[in-house]
Design a protein around this ligand. Structure first.
Ligand SMILES: [Zn+2]
Length: 82
């Protein structure tokens, strides 16, 4: 399932190592980059980038999975629809 959300910011930090220069890159999803029309429940590719040195911009993919949970709190039940 794909969420119909163009720009989804979430309180998570992605950490990955730039494959070109070896620097550890931290990306705050609360700010940028957001997830765009993310898939739910299945792995998807997300592109990170790093400015290696002054001019060389490097991009590489990481694989993420967004899991959404809906819980019944009171007066109802909730079941996931396959
Ligand atoms: Zn780099």
């Amino acid at each position: 399932m794909r969420l119909d959300i163009k720009r989804l910011n979430l309180p998570f930090i992605i950490t990955s190592t730039c494959p070109r220069c070896g620097v550890e890159v931290k990306v705050d999803l609360r700010i940028h980059p957001y997830l765009s029309y993310p898939l739910v429940g299945e792995p998807f590719r997300h592109t990170l980038d790093h400015m290696c040195g002054d001019e060389e911009d490097n991009e590489w993919p990481v694989t993420l999975r967004l899991v959404v949970e809906l819980q019944a709190v009171a007066d109802c039940t909730v079941a996931a629809k396959p």
